[in-house]
Ligand binder design. Sequence first.
Ligand SMILES: [Fe+2]
Ligand SMILES: [Fe+2]
Length: 500
Amino acid sequence: MAVKEFGREWTKQDLFKSILFFFVHFLVLVLLVAAFVLGSRLRGIGEHLKNFGAGYLYALFCILLLVVIMYLYYFFEEREMLLSGRSITLIFTLLDVYFIVCWLISVYIDIYARPVALLALLTCVLIGRRSAIFMNIIGALLLFVIDTYSGGFSADSAFYSSLLISFTAGMFAIFFCGKSRTRFGIVGIGFAIVFPIDFIIFLLHISTFLERATGGLSAWREVIMKLGYGFFGGVMSTVIFLALLPLFEVAFNCLTVYRLRELTSPDARILRQLKVEAPGTYHHSMMVAQLAEASAAAIGESPDYARAAALYHDVGKLHYPEHFTENQGEYNLHDELTPELSADIIRSHARDGYTLIKNHHLPDFLADVALQHHGTMPIRYFYAKALKMTDAELNIEDFSYLGPKPQTKLAAILMIADASEAAVRAMNARTPEQAEKAIRGVIEERMDLEQFSECDITLADLTKIRQALVYALTGVNHHRIKYPSIKYKHTENGTKGENI
Ligand SMILES: [Fe+2]
Ligand SMILES: [Fe+2]
């Protein structure tokens, strides 16, 4: 039975495809584990497997069990992750990379030197907090299973404490991760998680510590060495995270807070081009960004996404910048064109923006907002001009944007913020009452033309957006005190001024 849950129907085919993806990635994970664990024991492998085969078999079934639990978690909790093979590949690639890095460090340095919070940090930033909390547990259990049952190892107290260390450090990293918005802040997390790591190591070794405290320097040295490895593991978690994050961002086209900031920086390629080739549009986009940010915050949407969407919403105007009023001087190119042709040029900026953003491999939501921000609204100016020029019946669709209508709250916010900015500027509205009237008109016109019929924005949201826009616009258009003019005179006795 198809269940409509995440914007599209969950079908039997999705179920089959996601299970297949999980199974293939399970095989890859098992092969990786086998390659790393058995790689150094190739000589005399037959004898080794005869002695420790049961342990390996147990480890294999434990890994299978963990993968089944992962599938069930995503099926019941975050099913949208199962809809794309790319997301499933991302989850397993994170797990594979975590295993490889931890295994190599525990073999060549020490089990306590593992970058234990790496999986939690990467999952938190690339997928989300909920996933990170879950994957942190899976990662800790996976390493524990491999450590304990992959032949030759006996259950060592270090394995049990490393299970606790991985889990605790990962959880601390996830809690701090939401607070840290800079790369420098992330390194700070590395230092912060050293405390729980070293605390657990210290507790485990405290018996040894007390026993050997009188036994000379070597006992002290051993404990300090272990604490040092814990320090290394905590800090390396964030260093390796910072090194790997850009690779994951590019390989899986993931949108992180860091990438979003790079995309909205004035140095971003398309924005730089907009600033040079269409300065009016650039300025308009900056104004809309402020309004969209305030509107998004008012209804609980992400202000960061709204800001990015606003900065890119009109990039399609780069094709014919001089055809848009904000980039024109005295001369209006449309005076020489028929209203139909003018309308066609104007409306093409939505589609052109979509194509430009897609061609630059920027996030999909930017392209979608660029395409939808005018919905199917008529281009009033040229429709009115055409009506004046003829008595014949005109098809309003020839003078309308091609749509689609906004499909998300974000696109609806952009539609309102964009039109409100233009309306308030056109009216030269200064007082809150004037701005409110203009914005109310913008929203009502769009409701009349059913522009919000395909997204889940509510009347309560529209009211909050209106209030946020009035506040933002009248704050921006605040009155300046008029400075008095003074004429300066330079005399032998110094400079004097008098009112003009
Ligand atoms: Fe536009
Ligand atoms: Fe615009």
